[in-house]
Design a protein around this ligand. Sequence first.
Ligand SMILES: Nc1ncnc2c1ncn2[C@@H]1O[C@H](COP(=O)(O)OP(=O)(O)OP(=O)(O)O)[C@@H](O)[C@H]1O
Ligand SMILES: [Mg+2]
Length: 458
Amino acid sequence: MAADRILIVDDEPEMIENCRRVLASTGYQCFSTTDSREALRMLERDRPDLLLTDLRMPEMDGMEILRQARETDPHLPVIMLTGHATVETAVAAVKAGAFDYLSKPFSIDQLQLTVARALTKRRLEQENLNLREQLQGTYGFENILGRSLVLQQVLELVRKAARSDANVLILGESGTGKELIARAIHANSPRCSGPFVPVDCASLPETLLESELFGHEKGAFTGAATTKRGLIETAHGGTLFLDELGEFPMSLQAKLLRTLQERQIRHVGGTRQIDLDVRVVSATNRDLRLQLANGQFREDLYYRVNVIDVAVPPLRERSGDVELLATTFLRKFRGGRGGFEPEAMMALVSYQWPGNVRELQNVVERACALAEGERITLAELPSRLWSSPAPTLAHPPETETSTGLTLKEAKGRWIGQLEAAYVSELLKRESGNVSEAARKAGVDRKTIHRLLNKHGLR
Ligand SMILES: Nc1ncnc2c1ncn2[C@@H]1O[C@H](COP(=O)(O)OP(=O)(O)OP(=O)(O)O)[C@@H](O)[C@H]1O
Ligand SMILES: [Mg+2]
């Protein structure tokens, strides 16, 4: 690791020399100036890890250097050297953001200790910052794609929720991105440097779930050879993600509630209470209110985990997002190449997506595997996408399903559905006679064939 670099600013060359000798012998790389204006230039140019500056100097005082230094690098630790200065001015400096002060004369030990503390703090802050950037890069809001108004409104709420420490319940159909949102909440919360611990409440049998969640003491039950921490405990200082909360067994709900309420956890077979600091984010595709009414979910637990509820809209209610999602997935699978033929995109946009974004992702992946050319055509999409019954003319596409579309997209979709419905009804009436259908429609046979192709009608 490169040596930490320290800038020393003082109008007395002797002071500089003393500090430099001590710090250089400890392995720091020092540079210095007696000129405060030069100091500002060096801050910009040399980007030191620490600034040691005199508080009173003729040209510009240390307070001004401090102010400007923090503007250049808000994380730069600054230690003020005060001679004749009173404690008050030194305290004012610390209030203005200095890390600490040393009143002259100070001992070698004092100097070394203060410098070491300041640099450690900077390193920790830097690591935290890196970690946060990493987390936000992988699980940030940028990864949640979609420009539709409905999704943007949800994300706006999620952003606010993330900053608070309130428990969040995410509701939505399967594949709508609930887990993605849960991770973004954690990554953008004050707990981001703590753990994110997902628990799938549906995948474990009841008996196992209890010891997995709450941990157990050695000998608590047959097979408990050692004491084990539970998942809830592992989330200490971070976020516990209870996925499929609707499947959480009734028999453990009271225990979970008590744990969250008392902020203390007790291992299975244990008596010791362990302090706990977790934030709970949960998700479910079940109708929890219905479960409350049926006595399948405890009301008190429901209100504990549901301080803020976030309803993620199904993909069919934001079909305006389909194109962006599909092209992004395509680029991911194809390494940036290719696109969709208009008919294929039309089919994607008109489909109802019962499996939501996950289904769309699978469809695009499958198409990429099947496609021979650069562009994805209707033929590479599963038949359910183009053989679904077209809306009849008596029932045009509902406007509410168009939410989130631009006018152009909405028009395209309406017209597409109208074309498909018109042609299929007409052909049915004409018993599949294309020439007759073309005559009735006032177009040529080629147009009918083109429309049949375009809409995947047979
Ligand atoms: N808005 C989105 N932008 C990009 N990818 C998304 C989006 N929504 C979902 N996905 C992707 O779709 C897949 C399913 O998302 P996720 O696992 O978060 O859904 P879920 O709501 O938790 O589903 P389930 O209820 O089935 O567990 C993931 O691969 C996720 O990355
Ligand atoms: Mg999920």
